[in-house]
Design a protein around this ligand. Structure first.
Ligand SMILES: [Zn+2]
Length: 83
């Protein structure tokens, strides 16, 4: 298992938080405090499949509600997603 090594530069990956934003023509959604892994050498970020799935649901929800600008914090929206 080489999960902690960056495939781009071989640097070490550490747990971090990032801001995820999506521009979907009718609006923009910004989700803060998204857990991710970040390479200490090149700064590349990776979001786990579970988190990515959660983000996808949040974006779908925002699109359905025709939100124009939405700024969310990940732990809050994660709780909403489980309802
Ligand atoms: Zn790297």
């Amino acid at each position: 298992m080489k999960r902690d090594v960056c495939p781009l530069c071989g640097g070490k990956k550490i747990k971090s938080k990032t801001t995820y934003s999506v521009d979907f023509k009718t609006g923009v959604i910004v989700i803060r405090n998204v857990p991710c892994m970040v390479c200490v050498r090149c700064g590349e970020e990776w979001i786990s499949p579970d988190i990515a799935k959660e983000l996808e649901l949040i974006v779908q929800d925002a699109k359905m509600k025709k939100m124009q600008t939405e700024i969310l914090s990940f732990p809050d929206v994660a709780i909403l997603g489980t309802r």
